[in-house]
Design a protein around this ligand. Structure first.
Ligand code: NAG
Ligand code: NAG
Length: 241
């Protein structure tokens, strides 16, 4: 038996000798493509700043001005923010979604709230996110820098190793650099103007995973995808990457 099986294994070896060098060529082609892809990604990552339109400092000032202009009305703050942005940035430079009634649920990292997408493009997004009920979860580990400008309420956060919580009251900004994650809590309800800059499409799986694996809220999934896709397209249309 043993001898027969050895002989059987030997027979398929009658392949042409050139197959070894063919394998080598196709593997070096694949390796070359992967290396080129990595280099292209690194290059794109080094020049992504040129596509940014918003800046974190002005948005923080705008959030503070919105709180000052209507301290007791979240919708007043949102109106103030959208009116200011549409007056500041021409529609030929950036597309903004001015329909402040377009809210969708957002389940991500175990937290739940609602969001209104003011802007979404390949390298930036600007949303109002929050809930009047309070929520708690994982921030997500992102390929973008995140600036969470608190408008109403308070956000708490902590990273492993820290035994005290960080507190972010209204008017402050919680900056989360890309590649870092925290546990956060909007204890008694909170609304924020969230600005992210970096590679936005890579953040979308985190933003939709809870809906696919847990809530199975298909209309929300559909609406979120449609709004995000529409806004990214509207921006590409005016040349905003
Ligand atoms: C927008 O808000 C900023 C910050 O409050 C302010 O400096 C700027 O003048 C405002 N622009 C307009 C057009 O209202
Ligand atoms: C906001 O509410 C506080 C407390 O209820 C009140 O003292 C203040 O006058 C209100 N401010 C405005 C601008 O309505």
């Amino acid at each position: 038996m043993g001898a027969i099986s050895i002989a059987d294994k030997k027979s398929p070896r009658s392949k042409p000798i050139s197959s070894g060098s063919d394998d080598f060529t196709s593997w070096s082609t694949r390796l070359g493509i992967v290396l080129l892809f990595i280099l292209a990604c690194r290059w794109l990552d080094s020049i992504k700043d040129r596509w940014y339109v918003f800046n974190p400092t002005s948005l923080h000032e705008l959030a503070q001005a919105a709180i000052e202009a209507s301290p007791n009305s979240t919708s007043g703050m949102i109106e103030h923010i959208v009116a200011n942005l549409t007056a500041t940035y021409p529609s030929t430079q950036i597309a903004l979604n001015t329909d402040a009634g377009e809210w969708v649920f957002n389940n991500a990292g175990g937290a739940m709230g609602a969001m209104y997408i003011i802007h979404a493009s390949i390298t930036e997004y600007l949303i109002i996110f929050g809930t009047p009920l309070g929520t708690e979860g994982h921030t997500g580990l992102h390929t973008a820098d995140d600036y969470f400008n608190i408008l109403v309420g308070e956000q708490w956060a902590f990273a492993p190793g820290s035994l005290e919580m960080e507190r972010y009251p209204a008017g402050s900004v919680h900056y989360l650099p890309r590649g870092t994650a925290k546990q956060y809590k909007m204890h008694k309800g909170c609304f924020a103007l969230e600005y992210a800059r970096g590679w936005i499409p890579l953040m979308l799986p985190f933003g939709l995973a809870d809906t696919i694996t847990s809530t199975l809220d298909v209309p929300t999934f559909f609406r979120t995808s449609v709004i995000t896709g529409r806004e990214m397209f509207r921006n590409l249309w005016v040349g905003k990457i």
